[in-house]
Design a protein around this ligand. Structure first.
Ligand code: 4AZ
Length: 245
């Protein structure tokens, strides 16, 4: 995260740290007792499940504490249309945690799922949402040890689709955020949440996906638009879908 600040421990209790193989890392978000969502592009090399660890309740990078719980991965599932040849499209993956003594997550003050929006939920242009992660704090920088957070404003879609911004690379399955550079997600933040609040409740509105560099002016961060995938998420995690109006 560029332009952020260190978070207070426990202030992003849905934040997951996902360690893949020997050296890959991504963020993720806990959405129910056994399921974490992240970015599909983090998994596009089809890593062995046995080589993946999901840490919840983590504050400092690569550091366990009495507040952390570490899970193995039972499975990970891409949406039907995800393709490794175009990994910025449909950049969402569902990760099923392995149970430990018959359950996955036991809620604690440091570990609890975020709310999923319903599929008709929208937030207005320029609305201020929150990103968090352990990724680079400069485009040519390093990861940060304590979980960083920052406020970013939602970029109007027409603006993000301008030729001098991203043109047709940005689709209706994406949300842009970050208006004038400086504050942005960066390498290592991929898969983590863009959380937007309503009435003091945080909703998972986007997933850190891509962008040209980090914090460049006219190059906002691009996020997977979670509301477009709610039916798919419901079907995979067998959550009861809300009756549509
Ligand atoms: C990355 O490489 C990455 N500025 C993630 C987010 C952004 C750029 C790059 C957005 O994972």
């Amino acid at each position: 995260i560029m332009g952020g600040t260190s978070s207070l421990e426990g202030s992003h209790p849905w934040m997951a740290a996902i360690y893949i193989g020997q050296s890959d890392f991504c963020g993720g978000t806990l959405i129910s007792s056994c399921w974490v969502v992240s970015a599909a592009h983090c998994f596009f090399s089809n890593p062995l499940k046995s080589q993946i660890r999901v840490v919840l309740g983590q504050h400092s990078f690569n550091t366990t504490s009495p507040n952390t719980r570490t899970f193995g991965v039972e499975d990970y599932i891409f949406p039907r249309h995800f393709s490794v040849f175009n990994p910025t499209l449909h950049d969402i993956v569902l990760i099923k945690l392995k149970k430990q003594d018959g359950r996955c997550v036991k809620k604690t003050p440091f570990i609890r799922p975020i709310c999923l929006p319903d599929k008709s939920m929208t937030f207005p242009d320029y609305y201020c949402c929150t990103i968090s992660g352990w990724g680079h704090t400069q485009e040519k920088g390093m990861g940060y040890s304590t979980l960083q957070e920052a406020g970013v404003r939602l970029t109007p879609h027409d603006n993000c689709k301008k030729p001098e911004v991203y043109g047709n690379h940005v689709t209706s399955d994406m949300i842009c955020a970050g208006i004038n550079g400086c504050v942005d997600a960066c390498q290592g933040d991929s898969g983590g949440p863009l959380a937007c609040g309503r009435n003091d409740v945080s909703f998972l509105y986007g997933i850190v996906s891509w962008g040209e560099g980090c914090g460049r002016s006219n190059k906002p961060g691009v996020y997977t638009k979670v509301v477009n995938y709610i039916d798919w998420i419901d079907s995979v995690i067998k959550r009861k879908p809300k009756p549509s109006p």
